[in-house]
Every structure is written in structure tokens, then in C-alpha cells.
Write a protein that binds this ligand. Sequence first.
Ligand code: NAD
Ligand code: ZN
Length: 367
Amino acid sequence: ADDERVRVALADRSYDILIGRDLLAEAGAHVAALGARTIGVVTDENVAAIHLPAVAASLRRHGLTVETVIVPAGEKSKSFETLGFVVDGLIAARVERGDVVLALGGGVVGDLAGFAAAILRRGVRCVQAPTSLLAQVDSSVGGKTGINSPRGKNLIGAFHQPSLVLADTSALDTLPPREFRAGYAEVAKYGLIDDEAFFGWLEANHAEVFAGGPARTRAIATSCRAKAGVVARDEHEHGDRALLNLGHTFGHALEAEVAYDGTRLIHGEGVAIGMAMAFRFSAALGLAAPADARRVEAHLAAVGLPTSPKAVPGPLGGPEALFRHMQQDKKVERGRLTFILAHGVGQSFVSRDVEAAQVMAFLESEL
Ligand code: NAD
Ligand code: ZN
């Protein structure tokens, strides 16, 4: 009843994101409409144990042949080795040109299975069935797929837009609370970028978003609509899409600083700290009011997200170490740091005018 549909309109094709409760139990109906025969379901061990039976049963009820490839859970699966395992599994399962790869899982599975679909037989269609909040509001939308290189995250991949996204909001009921909170940082991000009304709505309704039901569906749909809009304007990431990196320059540096140790910091937590830092930095530069930075911190803290690098457990390097990671970030262009700063909540912008000395002084004050 509270289902939503977000249309992603691209230059040459379009697809739907369906958002609502219990969509996975009806996956067969939606996937059968695409006219495939064999569905290669790629998922991870955690999600397979909880959600695969219902999905497979629904696909079979609709006359589809179901083949599954299950990978270990976790970022390590975004590797050439696991990609080879997935592609080989799909070939062995006779997933052919007209068939469909269904990515059932969080962002790791979505990126990995999406990339496998992009290169299998020079491209087969992919349905994204994201089961983490982060995947529902971010990674499953936009067509970026790929794996990690030993030299850095997300350095290998392809743009491969899905044919359909099925975001089952009830699947999030089984997500570990820490993962849900981390995904929520990306939800709040869309408000902070350019939608103050949405941020205000989140301030009033975050408890319902965490609880499930219509508020959760609405938050996810609003997030998908925001991302779909950015993707439609800038499918291959030449400009506009940079705003989506709000909080990510600082966040990625912190993730790198803990060597991607998820026991210390997971991506969305880094983004939460990074967004709070971006607002404090904006205030320090005289671009935003200090009260705006405090408002951002207060909301993130209200849902249990960290807002300061001091909240990261264990020792962190100093300002120089963080600064080095920021310079290695792939968003650095011709030696100039790119920051997403803000004039206020919902008023973010891309800045290439920040001096290294200003960054260092700010980092000194943060650590
Ligand atoms: P993830 O896929 O590792 O999922 C987090 C954990 O939750 C895993 O242990 C997983 O098994 C488990 N899980 C997922 N759904 C569950 C459910 N419903 N119930 C119980 N457990 C569940 O991590 P993530 O945060 O979803 O995604 C992170 C990845 O997304 C990163 O690799 C990142 O690079 C990528 N990403 C990609 C894009 C893009 O545009 N392609 C954007 C943002 C992030
Ligand atoms: Zn992110």
C-alpha cells in the first residue's frame, strides 16, 4: 500500500526502482516481466541464509530457472578472484545473453554481481535487489559496478545500469543495527546536499525510519529520487555527481587511516564523521553558520552515528597522515583538493579553492 516507484531516466534508456515491504517475496513477478529464462542469483552467505529461499521460490513459481552463486560476505569479495568465481559460476549455470543476473545483497554483492553482468558475454541484464540500507539508497542506483584493486578501492569496474531495482524495505529488518545506522548516514546526506525540507523531515521522523513502515519507504524513495536525479544529469560522473561525495573526502581518509578495519569504522560511519567535519570546516572558513554545523552533529548523534574523528576507537595518525590519504583520493584533480562544502543545510557546493594550509589547520583542530 505504501509502495513507491522511482523512475531513473537516462539518455538512452530508463528503469524503475520499486520500493516497499515484502517485494522480495514477489521478485518472480517483477523479474519474469523482463522475459528471461534463467536467473543467475548472486548473493553472499549472510543474505543467502536469510532471504534466498523466498526469492528463489518466487522466481520458480513464475517458471524461471534459478541458479545461485554464493560468495563470502564482506568487502574482500570485491576481488578478481571472487569475480572469476562468479563469472565462471554463471557460465557453468548457462546464464545466456537474454538472461538476467540478480544481485541479492548489500553493496558488495551489488558491485560484484553488477560487474559480472557487465562483462559476462559482453553484457547481460542485471536486476539489483539491494538488502542493505546503503545499497538501497546509494550503490544499487546509478550503474557503477566494480571491484577493488590491491592498490585501492573501486579502481576496476564498468558502468552497467540495472534493468530494475527491487528495494524491499522489510529486508532491512534483519540488517545488523550498526549497518542500518551507517546506511542512514547516506540518507541524511541527500538532505544535507540540497534538500533542507527532507533533512527537517528526518529530524522529526528518524525513529519511524528506523522502525520500518511508511516513513522508511518514504526516506528510501526520497533518497533514490535524489540519486536518480543526479545520475540522470551526469550518468558518467563528469561533474554534478561530485556533490554525492559530501562527507566522503574526510570519510575515505579515515577509512584508509584504519586500513578499512570494519571493527573500527565502517563506510557510513566515516561518512557521518566526514559530513560533520565538512560542516565544521565550512563554518571555520566562514562559509556556514556554526549553528548549522551543530544542527548536523545533533541529528547524526540522535541516531547514534559518530560525528568526530575522536570517536574512532584506537589510535589515529595525525593531521599529516589524514591529509596524505585525502591527496590520494581519486577525487583529486591536477593536484587541487576538491571539497564538498556548504553554505548551510541543503546548500552544498563543490569547492576547489581550499588551500592546503587551511585544511591542515582544520585537521589540527579536529584530531
Ligand atoms: P555489504 O554488502 O558488505 O553489507 C553489509 C553487511 O550486511 C554484510 O555482512 C552483509 O552480508 C550484510 N547484509 C546485507 N543485507 C542484509 C540483510 N538484509 N540482513 C542481514 N544481513 C545483511 O556492505 P554495504 O554497506 O551494503 O555496501 C558497501 C559496498 O558498497 C562497498 O563495497 C562500497 O564500495 C559499495 N558502494 C558502491 C556504490 C556504487 O555506486 N556502486 C556506492 C556506494 C557504495
Ligand atoms: Zn558513501
